[in-house]
Design a protein around this ligand. Structure first.
Ligand code: ADP
Ligand code: MG
Ligand code: ZN
Length: 476
């Protein structure tokens, strides 16, 4: 029996207005190489200056994960050449990162939580992009110098499930903190997965393999499964030392396998040394103050949703897994939806419809105020649940958001008025005197018949709870 050991390195692109060491914008550019200047092009004599906004965002992350935020940290040069990096080194933090020793609670499928340590989170500059077109390659340096926060976990995870739970929590947190858009397709949240195995009970870790740059939760899970299997087979065949070496591998999406890319360099290979162009990164009291503005985090939201709003923990976990969902949910409640109903209407009715259309909550056709109001109309008996679904369907296909008008137009207004309902009920009872007699002599099942007839006579507009109560009253 083997145990899997996983540690993750996640590169989060910070959503600062400008780059890490110059004032070039980080926003999307129409053309290549226009968001550049002498500093990020590495022209001789240009000097880097640290972006304060990037430092504050890194610090905010540190405070959110209970880490130590170092009031002085510094930058190192990591030397290597690649065409997308004109400096021939990357400016990063190796020896003393701005954030160290944090932790994250991850939520597992069985309902338990597990603590994962965050060894450090450091600031570094991203590279540009190489673009290969037929027989030649081009370099675009618009991205060169964009701030990244590299978040390094301890080797604390023991399964693909735990690794994915960690990534999802981290993803949610950086989005709640609003320090990154963390868009995985666009590469602003990318992750390196370190995987090793060891015989159960063995203290020492096995040899780890690093699978680079995976950009989806599903691929992370598949790459881990593949590596664990490959390493286990090698172990059982007595070829572990030959076949499992400390190296960098790539996940091939097309073949569903990992492939060796290069032997893992040792830190010494990169000739790290403190960047002489940059001063010590010193954090002021004002920066600390600003960084400590932390919004309500997902763990706190779960607790509040369960204890104050009275919803199930599983539902709270689903809703808080994404800030857009949580904000939507809270806005529905502000507009009158009862919390438990808001859960169903958001996660089942709305998301169900949006999924079918390939939309996400961010570009939902119906906003939270409208859906919250619609749901409140079920509670106040204006609409039946079924009627509300028809209104929602109508809104998914039409522009109008005037709920009262839609109810009117679709003829969905529910009749709850005692007088109107009793008039119908009395007519039904009078026309079925024989059944009334049978009911009174003990044939309880006939109750449903009276309710059904009343609903039918009202063309479905009667409030069923009211009808139940009134018939009970009449027959007693
Ligand atoms: P390096 O500096 O060479 O990248 P680190 O010590 O920073 O190495 O570790 C990188 C990542 O690898 C961390 O996330 C760490 O938790 C993880 N890691 C270290 N050893 C192992 C191991 N034996 N198995 C799995 N992951 C590991
Ligand atoms: Mg590393
Ligand atoms: Zn620049």
């Amino acid at each position: 029996m083997f145990e899997t050991v996983i540690g993750l390195e996640v590169h989060v692109q910070l959503n600062t207005k400008t780059k890490l060491f110059c004032s070039c914008p980080t926003s999307f550019a129409e053309h290549q190489n226009i968001n550049t200047c002498p500093t990020c092009l590495a022209l001789p004599g240009a000097l880097p200056v640290v972006n304060k906004e990037a430092a504050i965002k890194a610090m905010r992350f540190g405070y959110a994960v209970n880490a130590t935020v170092n009031h002085s940290s510094y930058f190192d040069r990591k030397s290597y050449f690649y065409p997308d990096s004109p400096m021939a080194y990357q400016i990063t933090q190796l020896h003393k990162a701005i954030v160290q020793n944090g932790e994250l609670l991850i939520d597992l499928l069985d309902g338990s939580q597990k603590r994962v340590s965050i060894t450090q989170a450091h600031l570094e500059a991203d590279a540009g992009k190489n673009m290969h077109e037929g027989s030649h390659s081009k370099v675009d340096l618009n991205r060169a110098g964009t701030p990244l926060l590299e978040i390094v976990s301890g080797p604390d995870m023991r399964s693909a499930e735990e690794a994915v739970a960690y990534l999802k929590k981290l993803h949610a947190i950086v989005r709640y903190l609003d320090i990154s858009d963390a868009n995985m397709q666009e590469g602003s949240f990318r992750c390196d997965v370190n995987v090793s195995i060891r015989p159960k009970g063995q203290e020492a870790f096995g040899t780890r393999v690093e699978v680079k740059n995976i950009n989806s939760f599903r691929f992370v899970s598949q790459a881990i499964a593949y590596e664990v299997e490959r390493q286990r087979e090698a172990y059982e065949d007595g070829r572990y030392t030959e076949e499992v070496c400390q190296e960098t591998r790539l996940w091939s999406v097309a073949d569903g396998v990992t492939r060796s890319m290069r032997g893992k360099e040792e830190a010494a290979d990169y000739r790290y040394f403190p960047d002489p162009d940059l001063r010590v990164l010193t954090v002021s009291d004002a920066m600390v103050e600003e960084a400590k503005h932390i919004p309500e985090m997902p763990d706190e939201k779960v607790k509040r949703y369960v204890e104050v709003l009275g919803i199930k923990r599983d539902d709270a976990l689903v809703i808080t897994s994404d800030k857009e969902l949580a904000f939507y949910f809270e806005a529905m409640i502000e507009h009158g939806a009862e919390p438990k109903m808001a859960v169903t209407w958001l996660t089942t009715e709305l998301l169900g419809r949006l999924n079918k259309m390939g939309c996400s909550i961010e570009n939902s056709l119906v906003d939270a105020k409208t859906l919250g109001t619609l749901v409140s109309k079920i509670s106040d008996d204006t609409l039946s649940g079924k009627g509300a679904k028809e209104v929602l369907d109508y809104m998914m296909e039409n522009e109008s958001r005037d709920i009262d008008q839609i109810i009117e137009r679709l003829g969905l207004k529910q009749v709850s008025d005692d007088g109107m309902l009793l008039a119908i009920i009395d007519e039904i009872l009078a026309a079925n005197q024989d059944k009334v007699a049978e009911y009174k002599s003990g044939k309880d099942k006939l109750f449903g018949f009276f309710v059904g007839q009343t609903m039918k006579a009202s063309k479905g507009s009667a409030n069923p709870n009211k009808v139940n109560d009134l018939i009970k009253e009449r027959l007693s």
